[in-house]
Design a protein around this ligand. Structure first.
Ligand SMILES: [Fe+2]
Length: 428
């Protein structure tokens, strides 16, 4: 008997016996899978990007793309011979794009009923809308960015922010941490990470980052909950470089790092992950916190990227991290035995001097839920802009616009009232 036939009949026999049949999930019908989010563009390179999207049940999929609406190319996510499959979020990396031309793309999702290795049923393809994406480039003459933080899954705040971001139409949108309170199941994780800005009645439409990239910076809440380890499946890490330090990859599932350096027009942008707000040895972490070596690895990474020409020679250098690096007088820096960080003493010790020495002009943070701007001081010769909180009255949208003459930072509330503004001159 051929092996294939033998195994096939074994599977058939066990289901007849009733044992396997009792264990089998009641298939809701392979075609019941739905798209639950718009595609979210992330990790933009000059010629590459990642796209992630949420699904309601087991599915595989790919991205079709091209330089015209006719598309013509396909990127299929797979590893060690297996195409990706998930019951909550799919993602694909699209590489080797022609540069400086709009890219058209769409997601294709195939519902899967995985009965056993010899009985895999495919449903009707769910073909997403074709969208047009212009990746930001280092050569651009200007740069427009929006930043929000600490949205904590507050629907009203997110809806208002997403609407405003759509109107501003920035080159890229930064989400500076605390997307959630915690991630206690993967479906919740995918919803929180991938649905901001979606149309209420058409979950696969809209989105705050389907025609521009999202630059995500993790916050201390985004590492909480049993299923925080699934976050890289939706908010995807940046591909590792060969010389990246050990410990930057957040999970074996998605080899990559959350710290990033990106040049858009005259602006060099650094993203750093401040991690949790307490020392690793606190009981609350159940012995599973490893942020201290992770922040050190980011310092080693930072020292290298600050030497890269596109960062070093940029007219402006900005850094983004969730927990502020500079505190107010008397605040807890999160390195001691009690309480939690209002600012990251660990981050300050490791990263602030290299950033200041490299001429970084401004830090952007969140975490405190209260907007403020700290002016450069003798001790800390750098601006620090802290964003707002999750409630609609506390939320702030930060709009950064730069050309070769000046960089303007405008802080708005949800009524679009400008509550603060700073202008920077290019670095000499
Ligand atoms: Fe927060």
């Amino acid at each position: 008997m051929k092996r294939r036939t033998f195994l096939g009949s074994l599977a058939a026999a066990s289901s007849i016996s009733g044992i396997a049949a009792a264990d089998e999930p009641k298939a809701p019908g392979v075609d019941n899978v739905k798209l639950l989010s718009p595609p979210v563009i992330q990790n933009p390179g000059e010629d590459a990007f990642t796209v992630a999207w949420a699904v309601s049940g087991m599915a595989t999929g790919w991205v079709e793309w091209g330089t015209t609406p006719e598309l013509g190319k396909q990127s299929i996510p797979a590893h060690h011979g297996l195409m990706s499959m998930s019951e909550y979020a799919l993602s694909a990396r699209i590489e080797n794009l022609p540069t400086d031309t709009p890219i058209y793309y769409r997601t294709v999702t195939i519902p899967i009923h995985y009965k056993n290795a010899y009985a895999i049923e495919r449903g009707t393809p769910l073909v997403g809308k074709t969208r047009k994406l212009k990746l930001p480039t280092a050569e651009a003459s200007s740069c427009s960015l929006t930043m929000v933080n600490d949205t904590h899954d507050h629907a009203d705040t997110l809806n208002a922010l997403a609407k405003r971001i759509e109107a501003i139409n920035p080159d890229a949108h930064l989400w500076n941490g605390d997307a959630c309170n915690d991630f206690h199941n993967p479906q919740l994780m995918a919803r929180i990470c991938l649905t901001p800005g979606q149309h209420k009645d058409q979950p696969e439409h809209g989105g705050w980052a389907s025609t521009r990239p999202l630059l995500f910076v993790p916050g201390n809440h985004d590492v909480r909950g049993r299923d925080a380890r699934t976050m890289p499946e939706a908010l995807t890490p940046w591909p590792l470089n060969d010389d990246d330090p050990h410990r930057l990859a957040p999970t074996p599932l998605a080899m990559g790092r959350y710290c990033f350096a990106k040049r858009i027009g005259p602006v060099a942008i650094i993203g750093l992950d401040t991690g949790e707000d307490k020392p690793d040895n606190r009981d609350v972490f159940g012995g599973m916190a490893a942020y201290e070596p992770y922040r050190e690895a980011q310092r080693d990474w930072l020292l290298k990227v600050l030497q890269q020409n596109e960062i070093k020679n940029a007219p402006y250098l900005l850094a983004f991290c969730h927990i502020p690096l500079i505190g107010l007088e008397g605040e807890n820096d999160g390195t001691g035995d009690t309480g939690y960080a209002s600012y990251s003493g660990f981050g300050q010790q490791l990263w602030l001097k290299p950033l200041v020495d490299a001429g970084c002009q401004m830090l952007f943070s969140g975490h405190t839920h209260r907007h403020r701007i700290d002016k450069p001081s003798q001790a800390f010769p750098i601006y620090q802009v802290v964003g707002g909180g999750p409630k609609t009255k506390d939320a702030r949208l930060i709009h950064i616009q730069a050309d070769n003459k000046q960089l303007n930072v405008k802080v708005e509330d949800l009524n679009q009232t400008t509550v603060n503004a700073v202008t920077l001159k290019p670095r000499s």
